[in-house]
Design a protein around this ligand. Sequence first.
Ligand code: HEC
Length: 709
Amino acid sequence: MKSTPTIIPFSICIILTAAAASAADPKASLTEWQTYNGDYGGTHYSALDQINRSNVKQLKVAWTWHTGDQGNQIECNPIIVDGVMYVTTPRLHVAALNAATGEVIWRFDPWQGGRGGGINRGVAYWTDGKGDQRIFHSAGNYLYALDAKAGKPIPTFGDNGRISHRDGFDTDVFYLSVGNNTPGIVWKDLLILGSTTGEGPQPCAPGHIRAFDVRTGKRKWIFHTIPQPGEFGYKTWLPDSWKKVGSANVWNGFTLDAERGIVFMGTGSAAYDSWGGNRIGQDWFANCTLALDANTGKRLWHFQAVHHDLQDYDLSTPPVLARLERDGKIIDCVVQPTKMGHLFVLDRVTGEPLFPIEELPVPQSDMPGEQSWPTQPFPPKEFRLAKQGFTTNDVTDLNPAAHEFALNELKRIRPAPIFTASGFVPHGVLPQFNGGCEWGGAAFDPEDNTVIVNVSDEAEWTSMIPTKPTERLSLNELGKHTYQGVCSFCHGTSSPLNPASPSLKDVSKRLTKEQVLTLMQTGRGQMPSFAAFSELEKRAVISFLFDEGYGEMIEVKDLNLSFANDIPVVMTGHHDWRDPEGFPLNKRPWGTLNAVDLDKGKVKWSVPLGTYPKLEARGEPPTGTFNLGGPVVTKGGLVFIGAAMDERFHAYDKDTGKLLWEYQMEFGGYATPATYEVDGRQYVVIAAGGGGKTFTKPGDMYYCFALPK
Ligand code: HEC
């Protein structure tokens, strides 16, 4: 830092108090990036200013690293401790790199040479300050505690260095899928951990929050996000919901007020996330900003951003710790971005809104057994950063052919306002279930109390079908029905919805029927087991996937579909919605970067984030694109962000939103960057894993930039 700021940046206060609070906390650092999203507050802020507005154009690649494996998008936000960078790879290996050179120090393969993978956003670090240093990493069903120096599991932790994510739930989730893809947060000697659970119509594990002892792996506390009889919030569900309904999980990490010992998080929707007839009510603590006592897991306050969610509008990021000045007073707050593109600003201690929140009427579902909630909370208009629904006015004007095509599509797929629940008639959804704001979250600049946040604005469409077909159908049709009702949830109906799950269109060319049957029986990685399927259902799915012709006819009245349990309708999927050239069917911009001044309650600037190179070549100004991965804001006056589908790494002026520099990477950077200093030199690093939900090519790289020596 060159000068002493008049106000100590908030993130620095946090780090200093964190260091004072306990020697066991990650070492305080203003020049490194020791926790996911930069600091406990998740501010994505760095006080480094060697790279700044005046010299950013000279930024060069300092080093790159190829992970050498391919599979999933790399969504990792690297952490840097004592000059060592800890990253994850597409197949969920962990690597320790020399942060100045990119040289590999060690590499850990949780699969021990076997096959495996999944989404992962990074690791968590803990030290006792006396030489015991640990890296916590999730892969498959397990959480590993690795020795940060040697990269080996620590035998005294859990079962030989690992614990199962299925442990410590208070209920048996042995047959259910539970993993974790975003690092937990270290608080004193606890690792506070969320989970990924199923979200489909099949039974799913509940998304309770747990804290584990960093030394032993023993569970220390649990908070039931789906309350059990007698617990606060239980009455916001049906009496039996807690036994039948799952999820309401924290899959995107935590933030922490170390001074007050409060841990914050955003929870996902309850499962099944497209129909809630078995969970009538507001469904606390699904879709909530939650504040818990970090020592005990006791609830302090909550704010529900979506009541009785039917659209998979998870709170996809933890709230960022921020502050604002009002009438000469500094107020500590949290800012919760949502998939709806809303920003909710809440008092950090009480949860009271600092800008008015209105309950507005929303369209009601007409699905059998459903009872949608009549209203939803909305922040002031200035804080609604994404398009709020798809109307006929939103039809693309990219060119006459695209416009014509889109108008024609609207004969099949109806336009609809925000919060329209899926029905039998397909409708356009904006913001789509990937946001709005996604897991990349927001940055907070403590120098001028400004939130920097990226938003996507590409529409999708959805629809529902009954789980029970009518009258008679063939074995093959039953298979298609089962596929749409269960498998399509991950494997998709056009392209895969979950990047980890391969398309099954040509599975018959890759695998034998026996192999597919075995896989359905056992599950693998994030693929749940379907052992509960009847023989008929299994045969039907095989008949469909292997295109075996119609097969025998089945009377629907004789059917007892195991997957449907009490769920009468399922979603056909989140369908991509594009013109014949592949561009979104709604008007530009398709993605934006925004700066919101919390003191004034106003958007300072909003610019398109990235562009489609094909349109750029035709002379179109930047269109913005769907984006994944968050921003970093620095004292040097810059906002660094990849995220867009142009596969570029961008630097914007944080005061004006002007694009100052960009670098064409080989693969898309769908991850949040990190910035740090080693031996007096500032670096900026970003994972470039491409692929995933973005239709750009998959890759395996990390890019690290610095000014020339
Ligand atoms: C919750 C998400 C999810 C659901 C639901 C799901 N799968 Fe999967 N599936 C996956 C994932 C993830 C993989 C990749 C597993 C791995 O890491 O090896 C996979 C892999 C597979 C494969 C192997 C593909 C290959 O090329 O190796 C088959 C076959 C398959 N699934 C069939 C099904 C069928 C049939 C259903 C429905 C009955 C289904 N899956 C439902 C997530 C899912």
